[in-house]
Design a protein. Structure first.
Length: 358
């Protein structure tokens, strides 16, 4: 058991079983042992590689997408450029480099980053090399200008609740103790009240329902702000376009799946994103939702084929690496199909590029 596992086992012995969401929150953000507080997860030597770390093309093309949305809104003099969960800051650094080529884009304004890890905040300041304002939550974002926001692999890191259908009702999945005081998954004895559950189809025995109250709350707050302030949030993450029942909670360590309860705090713990839940929460507040479209379709629509050819022509020594990155980002058996993009927009913000063509 990890140090965090031992800490949670003591807490469970004293207080009783914990919901999956509480365990996931501690595993990722516990101030002493949480994964993002202590580990360097990114890159070949870390636990996983995210798209911005694979190639500069990812951030550059998303920067141009934001620039096109900005132009479609009439090129407002003031915008709030920002990102949720920026990791090492690579995506924003690449996006800003591309935005510098969009005539008149107000790049002098500070970048707004929603990030909880102090260690990653310091890295982001180093990478982005521009004035940065960090926020703990969405609430801190300014409310006096249109929003231009990115979120790559952010929502998958927010805690989920799980409920299992036992033939009569849904029971919340909990983490308790086995006879040897090891951590074990189980079900709450009392059924969950149906009004606490998200909309779902008729379940079969054993069906697992997942939802992320934290993600839904952020999408609702963004929907409210986008409706009032205008602009867009582009969220890219992994998940099915139409979700049924599934247990998607997964731990990843050193580029491999790991056992969840024996690696708490030492492996990345995520779940597939339910795009329909995010879209419903935002549109209920007056925003519009587009997609999800696959990452492959989004980047082909943004011209990644041409960008890769140009980049390869200017850096012949890196040619193979550039085409390998292009393949990894767009091929259906790589990140091209599993990863999807959802655009949330203000009611008066025009339908964003690529989403208007798919
Ligand atoms: C999987 S990483 C993705 C990093 C980056 N977007 C990328 O693509 O490389 C998740 C990021 O979200 C941050 N994060 C996790 N939970 C958060 C929360 N509740 N609020 C703000 N940031 C959070 C992490 O610290 C990290 O920066």
């Amino acid at each position: 058991m990890t140090p965090l596992g031992r800490l949670l086992a003591r807490r469970i012995a004293a207080e009783g079983p914990l919901p999956v969401a509480a365990v996931m929150a501690e595993a990722l953000a516990h101030e002493a042992h949480g994964y993002y507080q202590v580990r360097e997860p990114f890159g070949a030597a870390g636990d996983f590689i995210t798209a911005p770390e694979i190639s500069q093309m990812f951030g550059e093309l998303l920067g141009l997408w934001l620039g096109a949305v900005w132009q479609s809104m009439g090129s407002p003099a003031r915008v709030i450029l920002g990102e949720f969960g920026p990791g090492r800051g690579t995506l924003m650094a690449d996006a800003r480099r591309a935005l510098a080529r969009v005539p008149g884009f107000p790049l002098h304004a500070p970048v707004h980053l929603v990030e909880t890890s102090p260690r990653l905040r310091a890295l982001q300041i180093e990478t982005i090399r521009a004035p940065v304002v960090h926020h703990d939550t969405t609430d801190g974002l300014p409310s006096d200008a249109p929003l231009l926001l990115l979120a790559n692999e952010f929502f998958d890191a927010l805690p989920i609740r799980q409920a299992v259908f036992t033939g009569e009702a849904f029971h919340e999945r909990m983490v308790g103790l086995d006879r040897d005081d090891g951590l074990i998954f189980g079900l709450a004895p009392e059924p969950l009240s149906p009004h606490l559950l998200p909309p779902h189809e008729a379940p079969e025995d054993g069906a697992v329902l997942e939802w992320s109250p934290a993600s839904i709350a952020i999408a609702a707050e963004l929907g409210r702000r986008l409706a009032a302030q205008g602009g867009t949030l582009l969220a890219i993450d992994y998940g099915a376009a139409h979700r049924g029942f599934a247990d998607t909670l997964q731990a990843v360590s050193r580029h491999r799946y790991a056992e969840i309860l024996t690696t708490l705090g030492e492996a990345d713990l995520t779940a597939h994103v339910n795009f329909a839940h995010l879209a419903a929460a935002a549109t209920a507040q007056g925003a519009r939702a587009f997609g999800p479209v696959t990452q492959g379709d989004l980047f082909r629509g943004l011209g990644i084929d041409l960008r890769a050819r140009r980049l390869a022509a200017s850096q012949p020594a890196a040619r193979d690496q550039i085409y390998a990155a292009h393949h990894r980002l767009t091929a259906p058996d790589q990140m091209g199909s599993l990863f999807k993009a959802l655009a949330l927009c203000g009611a008066a913000t025009p339908t964003p590029p690529v989403f208007d063509a798919i």
